[in-house]
Design a protein around this ligand. Structure first.
Ligand code: SF4
Length: 708
């Protein structure tokens, strides 16, 4: 057996992107004795949360998919990839290129994403390449693009530590991004005068360090930031010079903000919060130039998520609080490589390297760079549209990679119909049994964390190596390799000559730099000549990485120049809206969803860890004790939660320390059908999406509850 090497890699869970050291490796069953934080990694400086520090418990062969399967039969890789290539050729010949789609994941590596995107968009000729990152941060992407002309996160983690006011909105970072939370808590302990505000309908663990918690009515976040913009104007704390010289659209945005928030009293009523608390937030905002607004899925997973993001960004533009130490609107991504996927163009509305189909000259540029015979020229289908197109028969072949849409995509019944309708469902996964694999015609065993080799990008634009330390399990292969084999069998051998992730990465870096005269934000051209040894030893680095920024770029927009055509940032006029679904007699509770501290996504990996299972042992619906009493529900009572989309049956958790408000319930997202047959919360989420980003409104539904 190959001896695994000790080494540095990164955690495969959240978007913090912590560096991990696999210590004292042995070759016994590929087991790693201990996993510790990498003290040299700038995301975590040695810290790990409980998920990261228990990674070794997930490194078991239990349940791993060992060999390719076609229609349930074990086959060779050659047979499986032959079968896939022939079927893609047949359906795209008979029905057109858009009969094929990739549905990818923020769990796969940048190199995997790059090859999938290139095959689909450049060679098959479809832009039907979307990802579970659509469910996580698509609204933040569109918000940035509308304001800055590019999908550029301006801040760094250090800004969270050196700001004087941190506004955390729609984020339970204590559980979802624990190491960032630890860094913030440590900074606050050193500088108690640093103020932390949490804006969240729930009282979460993150409130432990909050000086102020605004438990706003669900979905009303944009009203808060319209108020802050209007009050900045009323109290004259604007950066008039910055607005005049660096931005467009201020007057219209201000007019809408004033219309939406005529007074603090009116907004306090809309938010259903105490007026005095709102006064405090306004005062701190007005008095504190060094402010970071930290936002996550609570903002993004909304039918108006993009507007919410722009309402936040507007406030920072109006006060010039961007591009400077301790300031900025900072979207924190959920997954370890949501950002790396965006970098290669792994969204249906992107082409490649942060270029859209509408970016002037991009189609011609990418066609020439790839020498692509069949370049897609317009947007493909975003995640929800993709599954609807599968159900209606427009998409015939779907290749799902490293994600479990039967648990994570809203409206599980629709997803089931879509998968059943497809002529061919290909799933690449580490595990043999998942809710989605049950619908697969072809199963491809994928390498997992500690075996995969490539790069990921975390929430602060930092590219890190995720290294292959253990040998691949059984016959599992890297995702980029599987795609490459299919590409060869479709006749595209010369365009997919890759033998290693290094070759893919330097091509990706070269494309980011190709005819990029500084008009595009994403540029890692200085890495395009990396040798394999240099790639293998690449230290974490924040893009852009160009000849002018060889050590990377900590903070963006310090020069006040953006990536719009005229280099000025854009205010967006926002009219805040409440969620589409309102509570009514039949469905009197607002449903909120989210993560628990010690599980990840659909539990196919964290579900293997006995230590992680200790924190939350079963699914639940959390509700306020007054509501529970009225319904005759006690702690642990089995209850049915239902609405027009579907139902779940789970134990009740009558709120104690982490409180939901009266009239609201919270259900965690993790439990899959294979573990708990009636706990998949996507049964309760409708497919309402933000029309600009396509991101589903997973944070807001309406339900009823009854004891079983
Ligand atoms: Fe992993 Fe996120 Fe925990 Fe860091 S904070 S160890 S990246 S789960």
């Amino acid at each position: 057996m190959m001896q695994p090497k000790a080494g540095k890699t990164t955690c495969p869970y959240c978007g913090v992107g912590c560096g991990v050291l696999l210590k004292k490796p042995t070759s016994i069953q590929g087991k790693i004795d201990s996993v510790v934080g990498d003290k040299e990694h700038p995301a975590n400086f040695g810290r790990l949360c409980v998920k990261g520090s228990n990674l070794s418990e997930t490194l078991t062969s239990d349940g791993r998919l060992a060999t390719p399967k076609v229609n349930g039969e074990n086959v060779s890789w050659s047979t499986a990839t032959d079968f896939i290539a022939k079927k893609i050729q047949q359906v795209t010949h008979d029905y057109g290129a858009d009969a094929f789609a990739f549905y990818l994941s923020g769990q796969i590596l940048t190199e995997d994403y790059y090859v999938a995107n290139k095959l689909a968009k450049g060679f098959i000729g479809t832009a039907n390449v979307d990802t579970n990152s659509r469910l996580c941060m698509a609204s933040a992407v569109v918000g940035y693009k509308r304001a800055f002309g590019s999908d550029t996160v301006p801040c760094s983690y250090e800004d969270l530590e050196c700001c004087d006011l941190l506004i955390m909105v729609g984020s339970n970072a204590a559980w979802t991004h624990p190491v960032l939370y630890q860094r913030i808590a440590a900074a606050k302990a050193l500088r108690p005068q640093m103020k932390v505000v949490v804006i969240d309908p729930r009282k979460t663990a993150t409130c432990d360090i909050a000086d102020l918690h605004l438990a706003i009515a669900p979905g009303t976040d944009a009203y808060v930031f319209s108020l802050l913009l209007a009050e900045s104007h009323r109290h004259d704390v604007l950066d008039v010079e910055f607005i005049a010289n660096k931005t467009d659209g201020y007057a219209d945005a201000l007019a809408e903000a004033i219309l939406a928030s005529p007074s603090i009293d009116v907004i306090a009523k809309t938010l259903k919060v105490d007026r005095a608390l709102l006064d405090t937030l306004v005062k701190w905002w007005l008095d504190t130039p060094k402010t970071v607004s930290f936002y996550s899925q609570g903002v993004n997973q909304s039918a108006t998520g993009v507007d919410k993001c722009n309402a936040i960004i507007n406030c920072h533009l109006a006060t010039g609080r961007i591009g400077k130490e301790g300031m900025g609107p900072f979207s924190i991504t959920g997954q370890p490589n949501a950002m790396g996927g965006r970098e290669v163009g792994g969204l249906a509305n992107q082409l490649a390297a942060h270029m859209d189909f509408t970016t002037p000259g991009a189609i011609d540029l990418v066609q020439r760079f790839w020498n692509a015979p069949n370049l897609a020229t317009e947007n493909g289908l975003k995640a929800i549209d993709m599954f609807q197109a599968m159900e209606s028969g427009k998409i015939k072949v779907i290749w799902i990679m490293s994600t479990n849409p039967m648990v994570s995509i809203p409206d599980t019944a629709q997803v089931k119909r879509a998968l059943e309708q497809c002529e061919l469902v290909i799933v690449s996964d580490c595990q043999e049994v998942t809710d989605t694999n049950a619908f697969a015609d072809v199963l491809l065993p994928a390498t997992g964390w500690s075996e995969k080799d490539g790069t990921v990008t975390n929430s602060e634009r930092r590219i890190s190596r995720q290294r292959g330390i253990l040998p691949p399990f059984a016959e599992s292969k890297h995702d980029w390799w599987a795609i490459t084999q299919v590409a060869h069998k479709m006749g595209f051998e010369s365009a997919f000559p890759y033998k290693s992730p290094h070759e893919i990465f330097i091509e990706h870096a070269a494309l980011s730099d190709f005819e990029n005269n500084g008009q595009r934000d994403f540029n890692i051209g200085a890495l395009k000549a990396l040798t394999k040894a240099e790639y293998d030893s690449l230290m974490p680095i924040q893009w852009p990485v160009t000849p002018n920024s060889l050590n990377g770029t900590q903070r963006m927009f310090s020069d006040g120049r953006f990536f719009t055509e005229n280099r000025r940032a854009k205010f967006i006029a926002i009219r805040p809206q409440k969620p589409q679904l309102e509570v009514r007699d039949r469905y009197p509770f607002v449903l909120n969803t989210g993560r628990v501290r010690d599980q990840w996504h659909t539990m196919t990996r964290t579900g293997k860890s006995p230590t992680l299972a200790n924190h939350t042992q079963e699914p639940y619906v959390e509700l306020h004790k007054t509501d529970a009493e009225r319904l005759g529900i006690t702690h642990k009572t089995l209850v049915r939660v239902f609405n027009e989309t579907g139902e779940i049956v789970v134990p009740a958790k009558v709120a104690s320390s982490w409180l939901v408000q009266q009239g609201q319930v919270f259900v965690p997202i993790h439990w899959n059908q294979a573990i708990s047959s009636k706990a998949v919360v996507s049964n309760l989420i409708s497919q309402i999406v933000d029309p600009l980003s396509g991101q589903p409104e997973s944070k807001h539904g309406v339900v009823n509850i009854e004891p079983v």
